[in-house]
Design a binder for this molecule. Structure first.
Ligand code: FAD
Length: 353
């Protein structure tokens, strides 16, 4: 017997800026699609949630990325992000439609919105998830004995790093709905959109609890982005503490391959690479086609941010370094000795073309 018979479907909050949905929303739609398709017995749908002004047009893109249905709240109050109005709107949408789960990007906006909504409706929220599954035949151990969760409850098993990234914990919210989670950009694959997919678009008009904004947005200044956005790079050459003496070689290799330099936290803290290039749990999550790790030990906090790269090459003088466990190809040697050979080889290949 389901404990929450009225709560169904996996909802994804698709955040947008200037009516342009952020990629993380589509990554979460792709993940929700995979979860729903993997549990057909639930009869669940993937439902996208679009809040904003003039966003209805974007519903078809959300459907193309895998949603069965999109609920749109199109209202001038939602033009720019406002904690007050977005929380009000999303809370009412949840109360009306009763999702089993709700996924949100762990972006600046998502990290503000999701906890406020969760607190307002007394739902459980797991922040910064790295894996999500629908539980089957789950038995929870508690002080009062073993509790069996009915499969119809579609219990969400949400995994996230804990204890400074040294452990991964799986968190469940068996007693409240929706089961909420925030997920960082680039954690899940983005499925190829299918422009021929069809779905339902539903408009919803909340009854605003308050009409007057508590905060008035006078204007939005575009952030001046200094340097490069490593999350958008196809080739990254990562420098760890072991590459400090060979930074010129790391930079040469990156530029030869048309890529950029990334870094570990140790390299950033030691002051030889800028913070904006840090990869990992407290840095950025990247998914390039090629990641060349130079003098990087492979600590779990770094690996969490780059392990989904398509191809990983590791260079480390220690044959026991953890980084070799996730590398597709490894060179045991110093960065100072391996990189010149690699650079010379690439130059040779380029010259012979
Ligand atoms: C809460 C928390 C969050 C964190 N977040 C992040 C994060 O976001 N990103 C991150 O990267 N780290 C993070 N860390 C730090 C992380 O635990 C590691 O300390 C860090 O990743 C280590 O960086 P490293 O591999 O460059 O340095 P080290 O651990 O010092 O490793 C250097 C490696 O280089 C090799 N080496 C040395 N000299 C050479 C040489 N000449 N040639 C070849 N190899 C050489 C060594 O064998 C070694 O394996 C976090 C830690 C905590 C507690």
């Amino acid at each position: 017997m389901a404990t929450f018979p009225d709560y169904k479907d996996i909802y994804v909050f698709v955040e947008q800026k200037n009516s342009q949905p952020a990629e993380v929303g589509y990554e979460l739609i792709s993940k929700a699609r995979e979860l729903v398709d993997g549990s057909p017995e639930l009869g669940y749908k993937v439902v996208g949630v679009l809040l904003g002004e003039n966003v209805k047009e974007k519903a078809k893109d959300v459907i193309a990325h895998g949603a069965d249905k999109v609920i749109v709240i199109d209202d001038p109050k939602l033009k720019d992000y406002s904690t007050q109005f977005y929380t009000d709107a999303l809370t009412q949408l949840i109360e009306e439609f009763k999702p089993s789960s709700l996924l949100t990007g762990a972006t600046v906006l998502g990290r503000d919105l999701a906890p406020r909504v969760a607190a307002r409706i007394n739902a459980g929220l797991t922040a910064d998830a790295t894996a999500i599954e629908i539980g089957k035949d789950v038995k929870l151990n508690s002080r009062n004995g073993v509790r069996e969760i009915p499969n119809e409850d579609a219990l969400l098993l949400v995994t996230r790093p804990t204890f400074g990234g040294n452990l991964f914990g799986t968190i469940v919210c068996p007693d409240t709905r929706p089961q909420m989670a925030t997920i960082r950009p680039k954690v899940f694959d983005l499925a190829k959109p299918d422009p021929n997919r069809t779905g339902e678009v539903v408009e919803f008009a909340p009854k605003w609890t308050e009409e007057t904004p508590l905060v008035v947005v006078e204007g939005i200044l575009p952030k001046e982005v200094a340097g490069v956005d490593i999350t958008k790079c196809e080739i990254l050459v990562g420098a760890g503490r072991g590459a400090e003496g060979a930074l010129d070689l790391v930079e040469e290799l990156a530029s030869l391959l048309g890529g950029e330099v990334a870094a570990t936290r140790a390299a950033v803290e030691d002051g030889f690479i800028a913070k904006e290039r840090q990869v990992g749990q407290t840095g950025k999550t990247v998914r390039p086609s090629l990641y060349i790790a130079c003098g990087i030990s492979g600590a779990v906090q770094h690996v969490a941010g780059m392990e989904k790269s398509d191809y990983i090459i590791a260079i480390n003088r220690d044959p026991e370094a953890e980084i070799f466990k996730i590398a597709n190809q490894g060179y045991v040697g110093t960065v100072e000795s391996v990189l010149p050979a690699l650079i010379a080889e690439i130059k040779n290949i380029k010259a012979s073309r």
